[in-house]
Design a protein around this ligand. Structure first.
Ligand SMILES: Cc1ncc(COP(=O)(O)O)c(C=O)c1O
Length: 365
């Protein structure tokens, strides 16, 4: 007998994404206490696999929050009083993170580009020549616009500023494309787990560099729940300061084992392939691509609604066929719609989605 009560709607929205039944079921094991040896062993088993996905030897912390909590942790722990943070913004999520820094009392400078554009490395280089920052914060994959920012090129510039911490939101790309924390010198790489990692929401991971732990000692008012020094103290014992989402960690171990079995290269190539399929489908069917050419996301495509279709009507049509996609984000609602191609979604699922959308388009005439 299935435990699942509702009808299955396959999610092509950029988070939460479809979760495989095996991963859902992994959450249903008997509960264990988080101060038990069994929990410490589970935590320790997941660590090397997480480090591999981040491309790092730095510790990976478990946060009992979605990715937004790690924004707060990153902003709050890395910027000293009287110092500044530079935010690179190009869409809804990068703008919101800048707002989170402000709301935590930080002095924020911005490099802001139009939604749909990527922030160019030259812009970062110029800003760093004119001002000294405690941290630079950027979003690798801007989920609202479908832009993949050139993080590798930012990394080359950041190398010249070792005192400035490099904070990267990899929320909607981690586990779907290569992230090379050590190669790119990223100090905090933060994620959520309900996107390309394809877990139910409620937990998030971040890699934390020794430079962040040193900096945090000089930052006053780090709070408690998201204080990296407290998290690190417990991390060293394979534990967390407060009660973690144990069932989600059961699911994470299952997912990590499966990701390792698929192989990282194969997983990332599958994402690239599904992204290319989605772009080709959009262009062949009279739609446009909202993101700047050359900066297309491997995990989510923001389709420019140049045919002026009713996205709500499309979604109602798709729901009857057991699928759903996302309307445009915020001010892009109606002008765009978003198709996620991440996690454990396979090319045949994309084919089924395109066939259904084409059926809708044919009926619309
Ligand atoms: C790029 C990006 N950053 C941060 C967030 C916020 O993450 P969460 O919803 O897990 O708090 C999102 C959510 O969609 C996102 O796409």
């Amino acid at each position: 007998m299935s435990l699942r009560k509702s009808e299955h709607i396959r999610l092509f929205i950029p988070g939460p994404v479809e979760v495989r039944p095996e991963v859902l079921d992994a959450q249903a094991d008997w509960m264990i206490g988080h101060r038990s040896a069994a929990f410490a062993e589970l935590y320790a088993r997941t660590q090397p696999m997480l480090q591999k996905l981040f491309g790092t030897e730095n510790p990976v912390f478990l946060y009992t929050s979605s990715g937004t909590g790690i924004w707060e942790s990153a902003s709050r722990n890395t910027v000293r009083q009287g110092k500044k943070i530079l935010h690179l913004t190009c869409g809804a999520f990068s703008e919101r993170w800048a707002e989170v820094s402000r709301l935590n009392g930080k002095d924020v400078d911005l490099i802001a580009v139009e939604w749909g554009q990527a922030v160019k490395p030259e812009q970062l280089a110029e800003a760093l020549e004119h001002e000294t920052y405690d941290a630079v914060a950027c979003v690798f994959n801007e989920t609202s616009t479908g832009v993949r920012n050139p993080i590798e090129q930012y990394a080359e510039i950041m190398r010249q500023y070792p005192e400035t911490l490099f904070l990267v939101d990899a929320v909607s790309i981690w586990a779907g494309a290569k992230v090379d924390v050590d190669g790119w010198g990223i100090d905090i790489c933060l994620t959520s787990t309900q996107k390309a990692f394809a877990l139910p929401p409620g937990m998030a991971f971040a890699s934390i560099s020794p430079g962040v732990l040193e900096r945090a000692k000089e930052v006053k008012n780090r709070g408690y729940y998201f204080d990296v020094l407290t998290l690190y103290k417990y991390h060293q014992r394979n534990n967390t300061p407060s009660t973690p989402p144990v069932a989600l960690l059961f699911a994470a171990e299952r997912q990590l084992n499966d990701i390792m079995a698929e192989g990282l290269e194969a997983r990332f190539a599958r994402h690239e392939r599904m992204a290319a399929m989605t772009r080709a489908w959009a262009l062949e069917n009279g739609f446009g691509l909202f993101a700047e050419e050359g900066y297309y996301s491997p995990t989510v495509t923001t389709v420019a609604n140049t045919r002026g279709i009713e996205v709500g009507a499309l979604n109602a049509f798709l729901a009857e066929r057991g699928m759903t996609l996302s309307n445009g984000y915020g001010k892009l609602k109606g002008q765009t719609f978003r198709i996620a191609h991440m996690g454990d979604t396979q090319p045949q699922h994309m084919e089924a989605l395109f066939a259904a959308i084409n059926e809708f388009l044919a009926q619309e005439g």
